[in-house]
Design a protein around this ligand. Structure first.
Ligand code: HEC
Length: 180
């Protein structure tokens, strides 16, 4: 403070009272903008996909360990519709994630098909189903930046498992999948 006061009038580092008031108000505006922007970005919540789940076979309430709608034709069809409404803008239309900014979802659990032991294979499938469900419900938020919004409360179990069934149905043939 002593050094600051000793600067002669007109010195570029000598801040006049008026200038420091100006700086203070600029800082306040900047801070308000910086504080407001993330809040506004967070406020925009994703919309639930509009689908008719009455076409699906009934499933037990709550979250099953593994996808109860795996391979079901109605679920795959509904899943495609829901996926293209809610997920395609980041993961690619019809889950063709190869040219999208977000990961290719078709590969999740793909390697389970190579497991020979039946109970180990089942655990592998359950693990990848859990990863899929956990990722979707919690979203991907890293260092405060939202890479993917959380879908908890927006997408329910029948719709989430239908999306999973659809994504799996879009996997490439096994030999190309394994080569990856
Ligand atoms: C706003 C863009 C965006 C939307 C919309 C979106 N995602 Fe994502 N998703 C991402 C990004 C980016 C990642 C990778 C985040 C990371 O790990 O850094 C991701 C990761 C995932 C993962 C984990 C994949 C992995 O290999 O780590 C799953 C599963 C997933 N998303 C499913 C979905 C589903 C299902 C939907 C639709 C209901 C959806 N996402 C909608 C951007 C999005």
């Amino acid at each position: 403070m002593q050094i600051f006061r000793s600067r002669p009038p007109g010195h570029p580092c000598r801040t006049s009272a008026r200038r420091s008031r100006l700086h203070a108000s600029l800082a306040a505006v900047l801070c308000a903008a910086l504080c407001w922007l993330p809040a506004a970005a967070q406020a925009e919540r994703p919309q639930p996909p509009v689908v008719d789940t009455s076409t699906l076979p009934p499933i037990a309430p709550g979250w099953a360990d593994s996808n109860p709608l795996r391979g079901n034709a109605a679920a795959i069809e509904l899943g495609r519709n829901a996926f293209n409404q809610a997920c395609a803008r980041c993961h690619g239309v019809d889950a063709d994630g190869s040219r999208s900014p977000a990961p290719d979802l078709r590969r999740i659990g793909g390697l389970c098909n190579r497991v020979k032991d039946a109970s180990l294979k089942q655990r592998c499938i359950e693990d990848s189903d859990y990863f899929f469900r956990y990722s979707v419900l919690n979203g991907k938020i890293k260092l405060g930046y939202e890479h993917m919004p959380p879908w908890e409360g927006i997408i329910d179990a029948p719709v989430l498992w239908s999306i999973r069934s659809f994504v799996e149905s879009m996997r490439r043939p096994p030999q190309r999948q394994e080569a990856k």
